[in-house]
Design a protein around this ligand. Structure first.
Ligand SMILES: N[C@H](CCC[C@H](N)C(=O)O)C(=O)O
Length: 295
C-alpha cells in the first residue's frame, strides 16, 4: 500500500509543459522517487514535472512545493509548474484557500518565489535573481565569465554547438545560441549527452536559443530529468538573461517555445519575471495498482 493510493491530483499544463499538482498539505507524506516515476509513466497522470504542495516551512509563505521530474529526481525550480500551482491554490475547490489579491508566496528547495495573477489563467512569477557565479550555477570548475563557457559539441574545428551561457534560476541551465531554427538541431540526441556532461555536477537543462530580434527569442529545451518538453519557464528566463548579458537582446523579450510564448523581463532590481498561461486538463485519483511496489 502507498499513502498516495486514491489521492486526488490535477493534470494541468503551462504552455504544454505537462504538470501534475498534488496537495499533501496537512500530511507528513513524502513522494518517493519510484512513486514519481510510476505516476509519470501512467497516461492519466503523465507529467514533465509533478508539483507537490506541503505545509509552509517559512512564516509568511503559502506552501512549500517539492518539484519532481519524470525520472524521480527533484528540481529547485519550475516556472510553468509554479503558475499551475498558483491557479490550483486560488481556483481548485479542494486546494484553494483565501489569498488576498491573487498573490501567493511559495517556497521551494531553491528559495522563495512570488506569484501574482494577471488574468483568469495568466500569472506572473517572480523567479528571483539569476545566479551567475560558476559555483552557484553550479559548474564543476571555476569560470570567471559564465556568459560563455568552454563546452562544445561536434568536430573541434567546426563545432555544431559551442560556448553556451550558464545561468542558475534555482536550477542549472546552459543556453547555446544558434543561427538556425532550434527545431533543425537533433536536440533529442545532443540533449542527454550535455545534460550529463561532467562540467555540470548537478546535471543541467540544455537550451538552444535563436535570437530573432532584440525582443524575441525562439527556444527549445532538453530538460534535466524530463527530456524534450513543449515549454520550460526557467529555461526561458535563463535564455533572456544569457542573451541580455551578451547584449544580444534588451532585458525584456518574448520567448517562443514549441508550446507558445512566455514574456520574460529582467528588472533593474535584478529579479526575473515570467508571465504566461495555465490550463486545467482533468483531475483524477491514483489507483493503488499504479503505486504497488513503487519505491
Ligand atoms: N519545466 C520547468 C523546469 C523544470 C526543470 C527541471 N527539469 C530541472 O531543473 O531538473 C520550468 O517550467 O521551469
Amino acid at each position: 500500500m502507498s499513502p498516495l493510493d486514491h489521492r486526488r491530483f490535477l493534470k494541468m499544463n503551462g504552455l504544454g509543459n505537462e504538470i501534475v499538482v498534488l496537495d499533501l498539505r496537512g500530511t507528513a507524506i513524502r513522494v518517493r522517487p519510484g512513486e514519481a516515476r510510476a505516476i509519470a509513466a501512467d497516461p492519466a497522470s503523465r507529467f514533465d514535472q509533478m508539483m507537490v504542495l506541503h505545509d509552509p516551512a517559512t512564516p509568511g509563505t503559502d506552501a512549500f512545493v517539492r518539484i519532481y521530474n519524470t525520472d524521480g529526481t527533484e528540481a529547485g525550480a519550475c516556472g510553468n509548474g509554479t503558475r499551475c500551482v498558483a491557479w490550483a491554490m486560488l481556483e481548485d475547490p479542494a486546494m484553494a484557500r483565501p489569498a488576498p489579491e491573487g498573490r501567493l508566496t511559495l517556497e521551494t528547495r531553491a528559495g522563495l518565489v512570488a506569484v501574482a495573477r494577471v488574468s483568469d489563467v495568466d500569472f506572473t512569477v517572480d523567479m528571483g535573481a539569476p545566479r551567475l557565479r560558476w559555483d552557484e550555477i553550479p559548474l564543476r570548475e571555476p569560470f570567471p565569465d559564465t556568459r560563455r563557457i568552454e563546452l562544445q559539441v561536434g568536430p573541434i574545428d567546426d563545432p555544431v554547438l559551442h560556448s553556451p551561457g550558464a545561468v542558475g534560476m534555482g536550477n542549472p541551465h546552459a543556453v547555446f545560441f544558434v543561427a538556425r531554427d532550434p527545431a533543425t538541431y537533433d536536440l533529442a540526441r545532443i540533449g542527454p549527452l550535455l545534460e550529463a556532461h561532467p562540467i555540470f555536477p548537478d546535471r543541467a537543462n540544455i537550451s538552444l536559443a535563436q535570437v530573432l530580434d532584440r525582443h524575441h527569442i525562439r527556444l527549445r529545451v532538453w530538460e534535466r530529468g524530463a527530456g524534450l518538453t513543449r515549454a520550460c519557464g526557467t529555461a526561458a528566463c535563463a535564455a533572456l538573461v544569457a542573451a541580455a548579458r551578451l547584449r544580444m537582446t534588451g532585458r525584456e523579450a518574448v520567448v517562443t517555445l514549441p508550446g507558445g510564448d512566455l514574456a520574460i523581463a529582467w528588472g533593474e532590481d535584478d529579479h526575473v519575471r515570467m508571465t504566461g498561461p495555465t490550463e486545467l486538463e482533468h483531475e483524477g485519483t491514483f489507483a493503488p495498482a499504479l503505486l504497488a511496489g513503487a519505491a
